[in-house]
Design a protein around this ligand. Structure first.
Ligand code: GLN
Ligand code: ZN
Length: 743
């Protein structure tokens, strides 16, 4: 049987109970042997294949397992191991983990976002002298392993173009070198691998090429054509399914349609219009088109009628139609049925990976039996009457007036010192939160402990001589989940883990309904902190865009509308903080850039509603109330205008890792408000010296006037230890004093 039929493009691999995470971490900690780790991995693979086959998929994806990351797997498979990891004397497995995590003497590969998802991959380093070889057998071994269990899988490989486009030139590569230049030699390795898979009995192989959902140059499109011409011309190979997902592949689709690949998959969730455009691609009439109608990266049940009508629209334009998820299911949790604590109505609307497999099978069955799609289009839930929201997005006074009002009220020195919000989360703090959840600690005892912690953090900051203090966020497990737990319209799960990178998993909240705030959330903690000190304490909130970016969000209304709902809830919180005597409120938007659309043409609209939501949340603040925002995790050079548009009085921004590059970007954009470029990298345990911080400040003073320059670390201190934080902040305060003195 060589039809694709019902399939999914990929499956979670961390284990329904995070078995892989536990095993991998135990191996790192020397608690289990390599053999024990590989046994756990094999069990997870076996249960995945058997389950997918049992649930009725016609084609089960293979090679979806990874100990850490599938991009790293691809790099090692083709021998793209940077020089510093060669000749280390490590076992293959340990070298693999060293590339992922580094060693004291070896910097790891860079970790970065996988397109516009919350998954992070390791960036391959390629140099002009990189020699690809087929250095491993993972896809073949796993294919044979599944065969022994009676499942003929469809091995999934990262496509050659996407692999090259995600890679970066190795340090020291000459100017003008791009990894794409290595396409020919990589293609040869793919051909060799395909031959091995063919000989092992694979009838289909999937090549993932999501890179074409973003804007690509003519040269990149040419390379796509050439490489696929070459690979498909190989005689001894399985049939090829090229998977494009995360958006419309644009000009890449006609290229694939004309290529020798036997099948292409299209993501009809992110680009439903594609269903109507295929008739213009005659090449598809002899191919299988895999219709990605089940959302692979969100948690809602599929609208069956809508999915079937999309499929119906393609009939006649394609050779054969198969049904699938829009992308790999890597991005959703395993099983809704494990969520016994969820509200029934919410649960009934959800589909996690297992349920999505069932949906694909059912949709394919309906399609085969010719069930005609009922063409009614689902209407979205009644929209709330739109309010004159635009006016609510403007502060009452321009920055120049606010600056005066705030200076008079706060009386801060120039080069004011502060932190980003969280202080180290000590084992005691974590235990208190866990004990409260488990009912071992009463609400009042928990409060007492949090207050004690806040008191310690305030006293420490006073002792260090910081100018603007924070309460330290001990009560927060996570900056998004905390707000999700306190707002209506969100649900949180018990087992809904999703891999973020390596063994790190997150449990995104589910934003399922209208968002509203029942009662103040943070006011009690902030005002308690303020009561302990004469220095100003910053209130600390997470912004609407970040809340959306790190949650599964309803799709029955535009994201922009949901963002405004979250913003209105936060707006009330800002007002309550002001009422409680908090004069500075920080609204973190570290994920502002994360939702940025892959294609340039879609960005303006996104930035407009994202910036609008932030402003809606903050603009009601009195002119004398100072609004801060904080941004991190990316380089922001291309969204400086949007940052300016936030109209925050002070913007603290990650800068240390990019060597204060952001300062130049801000200068170029004539950014005219307060700014705090992070003066040291909190991701490392290294304590920065007074000297190096002072140098950075003096450099910044060339661009930012002293009364608008803030002095702060790069990000929150939650993951650090006090033994590092205290000396680092002491040096920061001293460096600020020195820079104020102009030396
Ligand atoms: N206020 C948050 C903290 O300090 C900000 C975290 C972040 O930017 N990721 O932890
Ligand atoms: Zn940060």
């Amino acid at each position: 049987m060589s039809q694709i039929g019902a399939t999914v493009l990929g499956y979670p691999r961390i284990g329904p109970r995070r078995e892989l995470k536990r095993a991998v971490e135990a191996y790192w900690a020397d608690q289990i042997s390599a053999d024990e780790l590989t046994t756990t991995a094999a069990e997870l693979r076996a249960s995945t294949w058997q389950e997918l086959a049992r649930r009725g998929l016609d084609s089960v994806p293979g090679n979806t397992f990874s100990y850490y990351d599938h991009v790293l797997d691809t790099a090692t498979l083709f021998g793209a191991v940077p020089e510093r990891f060669q000749d280390t004397g490590l076992s293959e497995l340990d070298r693999y983990f060293a590339m992922a995590r580094g060693r004291p003497d070896l910097a790891p590969l860079e970790l970065t976002k996988w397109f516009d998802t919350n998954y992070h991959y390791l960036v391959p380093e390629l140099a002009p002298d990189t020699r690809f070889t087929l250095a491993g057998r993972k896809p073949v071994d796993e294919f044979e392993e599944a065969m022994r269990l009676g499942v003929r899988t469809r091995p999934v490989l990262l496509g050659p173009l996407t692999f090259l486009l995600l890679a970066k030139p190795a340090p020291g590569s000459p100017d003008g070198f791009t990894p794409l230049k290595l396409a020919d030699s990589l293609a040869e390795c793919y051909i060799e691998l395909l031959e091995q898979l063919h000989e092992a009995g694979a009838d289909w192989v999937q090549l993932d090429e999501p890179a074409f959902a973003a804007d690509r140059s003519a040269a990149e499109l040419c390379a796509l054509r050439d490489v696929y011409a070459r690979v498909t011309a190989a005689t001894n190979r399985p049939k090829l399914l090229v998977a494009g997902y995360f958006g419309d592949p644009g000009p890449a689709l006609p290229i694939l349609a004309e290529s020798g690949a036997e099948a292409v998959s299209i993501d009809l969730v992110s680009a439903p219009e594609l269903a109507f455009e295929l008739s213009e691609m005659p090449g598809l009439r002899t191919k299988t088109v895999v219709a990605g109608v089940v959302d692979g990266r969100n948690v809602w049940r599929t609208d069956v009628d809508q999915a079937l009508s999309r499929c119906a629209a393609m009939a006649g334009s394609v050779g054969e139609l198969a049904v699938s998820t829009s992308c790999s299911l890597l991005h959703v949790p395993y099983d809704v049925d494990a969520e016994t604590g969820l509200d029934q109505d919410v649960r009934a609307r959800l589909a996690f990976a297992r349920q999505k497999v069932d949906e694909v099978v059912e949709l394919n069955r309906a399609l085969q039996s010719g069930a005609s799609a009922n063409h009614k289009h689902q209407t979205t839930s009644a929209r709330r009457a739109s309010e004159p929201i635009d006016e609510q997005k403007r502060r009452r006074a321009p920055y120049s007036e606010r600056e005066h009002a705030q200076r008079a009220r706060l009386g801060l020195p120039s080069l004011a010192t502060t932190t980003i919000g969280s202080f180290p989360q000590t084992p005691d703090v974590r235990r208190a939160r866990a004990d409260l959840r488990a009912g071992r600690l009463s609400e009042s005892e928990y409060r007492r402990r949090m207050r004690a912690e806040i008191g310690r953090v305030i006293r420490l900051q006073e002792r260090l001589g910081l100018d603007v203090l924070v309460h330290g966020e001990p009560e927060r497990n996570d900056m998004v989940q905390y707000f999700a737990e306190h707002l209506d319209g969100f649900a949180t799960t018990e087992h809904g883990w999703v891999q973020s990178y390596g063994s790190r998993c997150v449990r995104p909240p589910i934003l399922h309904g209208d968002v509203s705030r029942q009662a103040p959330i943070t006011v009690e903690w902030s005002s308690y902190a303020q009561s302990l000190t004469g220095k100003p304490v910053k209130g600390m909130l997470t912004g609407p865009v970040t809340i959306l970016a790190w949650s599964f969000v309803r799709v029955d209304q535009p994201l922009a509308q949901t963002a405004d709902q979250v913003a209105l809830a936060l707006r009330d919180e800002v007002a309550d903080l002001e009422q409680a005597g908090i004069w500075i409120v920080q609204m973190d938007e570290p994920a502002l850039r994360e939702l940025l659309p892959l294609r340039a043409k879609d960005r303006k609209e996104y930035l407009s509603w994202a910036v609008g939501a932030f402003r809606l949340a903050t603009a009601a603040a009195a002119p004398g109330t100072q609004i801060h925002t904080h941004l991190c995790y990316s380089e922001f050079g291309d969204v400086i205008d949007a940052i300016d548009g936030l109209d925050a009085d002070v913007t603290t921004i990650e800068a240390a890792r990019s060597h204060m590059q952001v300062i130049d970007d801000l200068r170029a954009a004539e950014f005219g408000r307060g700014v705090g470029p992070g003066v040291y990298d909190i991701h490392s345990s290294r304590v920065p010296s007074e000297d190096e911080i002072a140098k950075r400040l003096i450099a910044a003073l060339h661009v930012v006037p002293p009364e608008r320059l803030w002095v702060n670390p790069d990000c929150g201190l939650k993951t650090r230890a006090y033994a590092e934080v205290e000396p680092a902040l002491r040096n920061l305060v001293r460096a600020a004093a020195r820079a104020r003195g102009g030396q």
